[in-house]
Structure formats: structure tokens, C-alpha cells
Design a binder for this molecule. Structure first.
Ligand SMILES: Nc1ncnc2c1ncn2[C@@H]1O[C@H](COP(=O)(O)OP(=O)(O)OP(=O)(O)O)[C@@H](O)[C@H]1O
Ligand SMILES: [Mg+2]
Length: 315
């Protein structure tokens, strides 16, 4: 990563600290929130901590406890070590028992018990990517409750939220770290690392258009080159008033149009399933659609020509 010394040092402290802590990373689309989660995930794994990841998924946004289930499922075997009272609270969440859904407080307490039990063997890091828009309300409330009570435990919780999108975490009173755009120097470094071929005019235009957004710095150069899409740099930079997210939407829209029908079908399936949010190896991983054969879409900045390519979707 480039230019994230401050954020990396906050995350290192969080992993190294003896007591548990919650932290919300908030920033614009593409600014690098998930990249920071990958970083903290790696730090924690390096310290032999157990890491469980969950993600807000559109398909499950109306499913009470769907998000929480992503965190709890890997801990299923430890639930039987809880006392009866706490164990029963989980029965509804796991569909193992009848009854009305537990309210936030008993479920939150049971989650604290369970996570502390697991963390007594090795520290636990719970990582929630995109906890805003698509993470179901019940799970958000429980995670907020838990996040406010981690002090003294060996459990950490890190959540990412997109700026400008309302979320139940907005009122959860968890400590926040804003993820700003990259500085000019860091932007230049990132651009030169990934696109050393740019001439100075285009380089300057891209730095200006990207406004320190890493995703834009990585994606705009291929668009600006326009070699296979017919777009010229002027097409990209001719609309000064267009906000960056819309520009990126346009960039991706053009890129998706250039893909083969088969690959677009894989992407659509993945988007509907939420697998693109990174939960493919999560609790329902076995039942989830796994995106394969979409390599031409994944290639950074790759502008695939429209052609038929072998696609091997696997369930
Ligand atoms: N500091 C950085 N150094 C190098 N690459 C970065 C950095 N930050 C982000 N990136 C890269 O930029 C791209 C966008 O980052 P990322 O996916 O983390 O953004 P995000 O904030 O999670 O966006 P979204 O809100 O859409 O989830 C990724 O390819 C990521 O690897
Ligand atoms: Mg992200």
C-alpha cells in the first residue's frame, strides 16, 4: 500500500493492544477501505489471531441476523460449550429452534460470551466490510452493542462504511477513523507504480481527475488510453463537472460492455449473489455461487475485446 502510514499505525496498535476495541473505517467508494481491512487481516493473522470476515450483501439485507450469521457460523462448534441460556439464544439465529427472535440485549450478551470464549484460546478479530447499506438491521444493532463492550476482552471488531450512505452504525457510537483520499505524492507513487507508461500530459490529467482516489488512479489510465474502446482522454476529462463516482461508473460501464456475454453473465450472477463482496468462503460458502472464468473482467484495467471465452461457473 502507498500513503497509508497513519491508518496502518492505528491498525497495528489495535492488533497489538491487550484489550479489545471496535473501529469504524469510513470513506468514499474506492478510497481503500477494503484494502485496509486486508491489511489488518494480514497483521492479525501474522500474530496468530483468528480472523472472521463478514460483508454486507444485498441479497441478505432484508434477512434478520443474516450478517451476524456470517460471523457466528465459523464458531458454531463452540456454541455447545456455552451454558444453556446463552446457547438457546442462538437457536433462532441458526434456525435450530422455534420461538421469537431474541432481542438485541440477550443476543448481544450471548455473542460477547461466545466471542470471549473463543478468544480465550487466541485473540479474535471480526472484520466487517461494507457494514452500511446492505448489512441487515438486526445484525447491525447486535454488532454495535458488542462493539461498545469489547474493552477488556481479546476481541477486536473493524467495520468499513461508505461515506454518504446511511447506516445503523452511524448511531452506534463506535470509534471512527476517516479514510481520506491519498496525498498528491502518494497518488503519484501509486500511478507510477501501476502505469509507468503514461506521458506527462495524461499523467497530470489523471492525477487531477482521480483526486487522490486509489480506484480512480488504477482504473482511469486504461480508460484514458482508449485504445480498444474508442474513448479518448478528452472523453474522460471533457466533463469537468461530473463527480468522480459517476465517472467511475461510466468507466466500469464501458468496461463491462466490452466483455463477452458469458463473462457478463458470471458478473451478474456474482453481483446478485453477493459473492463479489468477498463472502465466497463464508458460512454459506458451500451453497454460494463461485465466480470462475471471469478473469478477463478481474484483470486490473484490462479492456477485453468482445469475444467468446470459456466460462466455467461452479456452484
Ligand atoms: N493505499 C493504497 N495503495 C495501493 N493500492 C490501494 C490503496 N488503497 C486502495 N488501493 C487499491 O485501490 C482499489 C480500491 O480500493 P478498495 O477496494 O479498498 O476501496 P474501497 O474503499 O473498499 O471501495 P468500496 O467503497 O467500493 O468498497 C483496490 O484495487 C485497492 O487494492
Ligand atoms: Mg470495499
Amino acid at each position: 500500500m502507498v500513503g497509508r502510514e497513519r491508518e496502518q499505525s492505528v491498525l497495528s496498535e489495535l492488533v497489538a493492544a491487550a484489550g479489545g476495541q471496535a473501529l469504524v473505517l469510513r470513506g468514499d467508494a474506492g478510497v481503500g477501505k477494503s484494502a485496509l481491512l486486508d491489511h489488518v487481516d494480514g497483521l492479525a493473522a501474522g500474530e496468530e489471531h483468528r480472523v472472521i470476515r463478514a460483508a454486507g450483501v444485498e441479497a441478505e439485507s432484508e434477512l434478520p441476523f443474516g450478517g451476524l450469521h456470517q460471523f457466528l457460523y465459523p464458531l458454531l462448534s463452540s456454541i455447545d460449550r456455552l451454558d444453556d441460556g446463552h446457547r438457546k439464544v442462538f437457536d433462532v439465529v441458526f434456525g435450530r429452534g422455534e420461538g421469537s427472535p431474541p432481542s438485541v440485549m440477550p443476543l448481544g450478551i450471548a455473542v460477547l460470551e461466545l466471542s470471549s470464549l473463543v478468544a480465550s484460546q487466541k485473540p479474535l478479530l471480526l472484520v466487517l466490510d461494507d457494514g452500511g447499506q446492505w448489512f441487515d438491521t438486526s445484525s447491525t444493532e447486535v454488532c454495535g452493542f458488542v462493539g461498545r463492550r469489547l474493552t477488556g476482552s481479546a476481541v477486536n471488531l473493524v467495520v468499513t462504511l461508505r461515506s454518504g450512505l446511511p447506516s445503523g452504525f452511524d448511531t452506534a457510537a463506535l470509534p471512527e477513523l476517516a479514510v481520506p483520499t491519498l496525498s498528491g505524492a502518494a497518488s503519484g507513487q501509486l500511478l507510477d507504480r501501476h502505469h509507468p507508461e503514461l506521458d506527462s500530459r495524461i499523467r497530470g490529467l489523471i492525477l487531477e481527475a482521480a483526486q487522490g482516489n486509489p480506484l480512480a488512479l488504477l482504473e482511469l489510465p486504461s480508460y484514458a488510453r482508449g485504445n480498444r474502446t474508442g474513448h479518448t482522454p478528452e472523453a474522460l476529462f471533457g466533463y469537468a463537472g461530473i463527480p468522480l463516482p459517476q465517472r467511475l461508473q461510466q468507466v466500469y460501464g464501458t468496461r463491462i460492455k466490452a466483455l463477452s456475454d458469458e463473462v457478463r453473465a458470471v458478473l451478474l450472477h456474482g453481483a446478485l449473489d453477493g459473492v463479489g463482496a468477498g463472502a465466497a468462503t463464508g458460512p454459506t460458502g458451500g451453497a454460494r455461487y463461485r465466480m470462475t472464468g471471469a478473469h478477463e473482467a478481474v484483470r486490473p484495467g484490462g479492456w477485453a475485446a468482445r469475444r467468446t471465452s470459456p466460462v466455467t461457473p461452479a456452484c
